[in-house]
Design a protein around this ligand. Structure first.
Ligand code: LLP
Length: 443
């Protein structure tokens, strides 16, 4: 599952004790395992080999440039949702042609830059966006390719904040509108609308929603071909494959592939290009958050472990009520965890609220969590924090962003320095007057 394992009652990240990393890097910090990242990527590639997909790593899950570089070196393209992510991908050495660019709110400037860079595909979320991209390409005397994001109204059975493929969400267009959009724009000269994009939600712990939506879009593709002479060249299945927040919670890449590959193999033989956009399934279990207990406080029935990182470094528990397994990096022999479960059945555990330093009651990493007793100075590891961890961290309460470190065997590199207090002020120290009489830029 990953390279974060207990040896002799002590947590190791690959071949390094977590405690040694925390001492060298400071806390809170994110620690990633190179071996786990490459393993997850390689397994996905092997599982879907029969479709020869372009694997576009979803930068939004963990955008650190060293991690983007690592995946780019293995042949990954990137899935982007902003000009910032395009910039990151290009700086990481990814070819723009291997990038797909989704997102409901692309600005004109972002679209222009993406066309200039030679973006592989725009994943287009509405008719209005299509018209804008086409107009900008015409203005630039350029051509580009578009995939229409279809919202197949399939329930991925995940948190409502991360459900995207249902009718009532802001993403994509429904099947009816997709048919009409292909009829209207399918032969556009500047933006060649010849792909279909799906992204149903995240995480999705079953292949069924993929299967259901693939059936729906294949039927549409055949109809477009028959009735409009429109050939769909590319089908992007999006992201959403799960991660193991608890042991064996998620299907493996091979389990998803077993259901999906047979539906598409023939199409691929006939020239259809498949794109995948995995984020969490690569990075989720490839990173942990290390945070130190500053104080232990009891209040009535409650025991709080107050840590140096909370919702400011890992937002998922307070934002989605998400479960992250948390365990001390050093434990007594009887508390060495064999599995990561919500309710660990071991003698001597006590219910603890693991909270952060932020001035909000909603600032927690876990509530009433059975844990070995903890003391001031103990190091806690928050598991499965590699995806949607650091990228959603904030500077709330003037907390500098944490450091990120990448472990490779018995070596560790800081791949993002902890921010300094001066970094917090960097954009505020020289106020300047702006000329409001100048023409307002369009984007
Ligand atoms: N493609 C598109 C168009 C997406 O919007 C996303 C994620 C992905 C791919 C990657 O999905 P993944 O393979 O990582 O499941 N912050 C939330 C997750 C938001 C997902 C947003 N879109 C969380 O912490 O659970």
């Amino acid at each position: 599952m990953d390279a974060f394992t207990y040896r002799q009652n002590e947590l190791y990240c690959e071949d390094l004790p977590a405690e040694a990393i925390a001492e060298a890097v400071g806390t809170p910090c994110y620690v990633y395992s190179r071996r786990t990242i490459t393993d997850h990527y390689d397994r996905l590639r092997e599982a879907f080999a029969a479709l020869d997909p372009l694997i576009c790593y979803s930068i939004k899950s963990c955008g650190n440039i060293s991690i983007c570089r690592l995946l780019a070196e293995r042949g990954a393209g990137m899935d982007l949702v902003s000009g910032g992510e395009l910039h990151r991908a290009l700086r990481a050495g990814v070819g723009a042609a291997d990038c797909v660019y989704a997102g409901v709110g692309k600005t004109d400037q972002e679209i222009r830059r993406a066309i200039e860079a030679g973006i592989g595909w725009f994943n287009i979320e509405s008719e209005a966006e299509f018209e804008n991209i086409s107009a900008i390409a015409r203005e630039m005397n350029a051509t580009c390719r578009g995939a229409l994001r279809i919202n197949p109204d399939v329930d991925p059975r995940t948190h409502r904040y991360t459900t995207t493929g249902k009718k009532e969400t802001k993403f994509g267009v429904d099947l009816e509108r997709a048919r009409a959009a292909f009829q209207k724009y399918g032969h556009d000269a500047h933006c060649r609308l010849s792909g279909i994009h799906l992204h149903l939600g995240s995480p999705i712990y079953s292949a069924d929603p993929y299967v259901e939506s693939i059936h729906k879009v294949l039927a549409l593709m055949d109809e477009l071909n028959r009735e409009e002479s429109i050939e769909i060249e590319m089908l992007d299945l999006g992201g959403g494959f799960g991660a193991n927040y608890t042991t064996d919670q998620s299907p493996l890449a091979a389990d998803y592939a077993r259901e999906i590959v047979p539906l598409l193999e023939d199409r691929v033989r006939n020239g259809l290009k498949i794109v995948l956009e995995p984020g969490r399934t690569i990075m989720g279990n490839a990173g942990i958050l290390l945070t130190r207990v500053l104080y232990v406080k009891t209040s009535g029935e409650k025991t709080f472990a107050i840590c140096d990182g909370g919702m400011n470094v890992l937002l998922r528990p307070s934002h989605y009520d998400a479960f992250h397994f948390i365990w001390p990096a050093r434990v007594a022999a009887e508390h060495t965890p064999e599995r990561r479960e919500k309710d660990m059945a071991m003698p001597g555990l006590v219910p603890i609220d693991v909270v952060g330093p932020i001035c909000e009651t909603g600032d927690f990493l876990a509530i009433d969590r059975p844990l070995p007793p903890v003391e001031r100075g103990d190091l806690l590891a928050v598991f499965t924090a590699g995806a949607y961890g650091m990228v959603m961290a904030s500077r709330y309460n003037a907390m500098p962003l944490p450091a990120e470190a990448l472990v490779d065997g018995d070596q560790v590199k800081i791949i993002r320095e902890r921010e300094s207090l001066d970094d917090l002020l960097a954009h505020e120290l020289t106020p300047r007057t702006v000329d409001v009489t100048a023409a307002r830029p369009t984007s």
